[in-house]
Ligand binder design. Structure first.
Ligand code: HEC
Length: 161
């Protein structure tokens, strides 16, 4: 058998399968395990709720669900305050995604800056929904996410609260 005949099904299984264990292989950044499983565990744990947050849930300007609230870790909060054009590695933003009632939490989006410099490849984008957080969006430079976010300041579109 030619080697690629063996390899292809494996590649497709890991790239396209419903598995929730995709991993960009970048390890732990700013205490966040940046694998898909790690990010899911992190957002579900609610650890980000101690971060700087928008004062309340508000209508989204994007098709991420109807109501949202954004949280900023210290690294990106400092960088936004300084008005940096490029944010440092370890910048993390979490967006809570709510139902129309503004109270029922449906899921989470998260961006984490994983390498220095400019461009979509410097961020991992993640979005997942409860109750299972299966079939999440996850990946460096994720094609579903980077377009709108390129309008922001190094892919960050929310101003500091
Ligand atoms: C149609 C445009 C659009 C697309 C596509 C999009 N976003 Fe967003 N995103 C926004 C806007 C606008 C905000 C500002 C908050 C709001 O109004 O919801 C935002 C906010 C966020 C935030 C909070 C930090 C910030 O930059 O403001 C995260 C995290 C986020 N999006 C992740 C994602 C992920 C992950 C994807 C892909 C699955 C994605 N976004 C796709 C427009 C978009």
């Amino acid at each position: 058998m030619r080697p690629f005949a063996l390899l292809l099904p494996l590649l497709f299984a890991s790239a396209c399968g419903p598995s929730s264990s995709v991993d960009e292989g970048l390890g732990v950044i700013q205490q966040l395990d940046t694998s898909e499983q790690g990010i899911t565990a992190f957002v579900r744990s609610g650890q980000y709720t101690s971060w700087l947050a928008e004062p309340s849930v508000h209508d989204t300007r994007a098709p991420h669900g109807s109501k949202v609230r954004v949280f900023f870790n210290d690294v990106v909060a400092r960088s936004l305050r300084e008005g940096n054009a490029i944010h440092p590695v370890g910048s993390i933003l979490v967006k809570e995604l709510y139902e129309d009632d503004g109270k029922t939490l449906r899921g989470h989006a998260l961006d984490v800056k994983v390498s220095e410099g400019a461009g979509k490849d410097t961020w991992i984008f993640y979005e997942g929904f409860g109750p299972t957080y299966a079939n999440n969006y996850y990946g460096r430079a994720h094609s579903t996410c980077h377009g709108c976010h390129s309008d922001g300041q190094d892919y960050v579109t929310s101003p500091l609260p």
